[in-house]
Write a protein that binds this ligand. Structure first.
Ligand SMILES: [Cu+2]
Length: 167
């Protein structure tokens, strides 16, 4: 009898998250449209968290995400995932992330993301956080991110250190 209840709770959680996500309106800054921003709840004492958002450049010139800041972390970086031998690792993009003209770049779990380093506290599901992105052309953009479940939008797990041992 436990399993149906467990399923119902999971469903309720995901429904709540979906509703919270819908409340975050697209943010338009110059030629950029930012949509679907979210982050994920952290386990106790987790040092880092990821920030995710879809960025569409409707203009005719490339823009570039050069930096991010947030009150939830002492340092915030722009990361990519890349293969290091057989292991997928994340690393900082020293030159930022180009948002090509006419294209959409998705910051999402397992892919490009904003990395909140040295969190000042845990991220709790159902709350919201803010972050400010800095673009070369579009300038500063403030976003509100709902905090989803720890596995929201998961395409894979994100481990910052001690990558899973490869066989
Ligand atoms: Cu990262």
């Amino acid at each position: 009898m436990k399993y149906p209840l467990f399923g119902a709770v999971l469903f309720a959680l995901s429904t709540t998250f979906a509703q919270a996500e819908q409340h975050m309106k697209d943010v338009v800054a110059g030629d950029l449209t930012l949509s679907g921003a979210f982050t994920r709840a952290t386990l106790p004492n987790a040092p880092v968290a990821g920030g995710f958002v879809e960025i569409t450049n409707t203009g005719t010139t490339d823009d570039r995400l050069i930096a991010a800041v947030s009150p939830i972390s002492l340092e915030t970086q722009i990361h990519e995932m890349a293969m290091d031998g057989d292991v997928m690792k994340m690393r900082e993009l020293p030159d930022g992330l180009v948002i090509p003209a006419g294209e959409t770049v998705s910051l999402k779990p397992g892919d490009y993301h904003v990395m909140f380093m040295n969190l000042t506290g845990p991220l709790l599901e159902g709350e919201t956080i803010t972050m400010r992105l800095f673009f070369e052309t579009a300038g500063e953009v403030d976003l509100t991110l709902p905090v989803g479940p720890t596995n929201a939008g998961a395409m894979g797990t994100m481990m910052h250190s001690a990558p899973a041992a490869s066989e």
